[in-house]
Design a protein around this ligand. Sequence first.
Ligand code: B12
Ligand code: SF4
Ligand code: SF4
Length: 228
Amino acid sequence: MDSLDARQIKHEVLKRGADLCGIASVDRFSQAPEGFHPHDIYPKCRSVVVFAKHVPYATLTASSCVPYTHISSLVANEVDTLGLALAYLFQERKIGAVPIPSDDPYESWDEERKHGQAILSLRHAGYLAGLGRLGKNTLLINDTFGNMIQLGALLLDIPLESDQLVTSSVCPKDCRLCLDACPVQALDGTTVNQRLCRPLSNFKTKKGYILKKCHRCRSVCPHCLPTR
Ligand code: B12
Ligand code: SF4
Ligand code: SF4
């Protein structure tokens, strides 16, 4: 069976239900921190395929955080399921493909700072694959779906043409809506203080459920709503 080129791969990914797909050559990851580079996960990696499904935004306007928590987890599962379907497809085509989890699990954890770091940052991967730009809230913002996207990725062992980076500016210079809306001042414009954010973004109920009780930095952003 023939291999696939970048255009055919994007077609296959979108056909299986992704809303977005972009490709970054592994050379673009030279600034990744040591231990969190695609080669640290899969030494044969030559290209990173990043895809996303959009998250229905009305859940953010509900008074209860339960629908948004539930929908977010369902979309994350769909993204992971799509990654699995693509892993089978690439295997059939004799292409080495390693899917990256859309959320948990990951290994790196600093207990003192309550700081977790995924094996690959999907926000950075999405930027490098031309899907959008990082906002001051640290989220990846796409032209069509704003920040309401759930990201996934596969590391492939074949060279592919990269998509163009998005260079247009995303945050107006004087916008601080997300920084000011954060109830615990966890944002500084480039990163998140996870020790401050986690008790709200991953709130544990008495029964032991984990709820996304806070999403202010996402929902207050003008790029939360779709643009079409
Ligand atoms: C851990 C985690 C969290 C942590 C940290 C969030 C964060 N901003 O990193 C906490 C619990 C706070 C969190 C909260 C939320 N999260 Co979260 N989270 C993750 C997860 C699993 C890992 C992210 C990670 O490793 N962060 C640690 C490092 C990377 O961040 P950092 O320390 O700031 O990194 C610095 C350097 O290390 C360096 N760097 C690190 N890696 C790389 C790589 C390259 C190439 C380069 C150049 C640099 C670089 O750059 C940074 C700036 O100095 C990802 C899934 C994934 N695999 O990416 C989802 C993810 C980031 N979360 C997501 C979401 C939606 C949320 C929430 C909105 C959920 C909610 N409550 O509603 C909030 C938003 C809070 C916020 N403003 O970030 C989405 C974001 C989608 C988007 N549009 O960007 C992701 C991508 C999940 C997904 N698959 O879609 N999350
Ligand atoms: S999710 Fe809430 S607590 Fe965490 S950074 Fe965003 S606004 Fe702050
Ligand atoms: S609220 Fe403003 S500063 Fe924050 S990410 Fe959105 S546009 Fe950028």
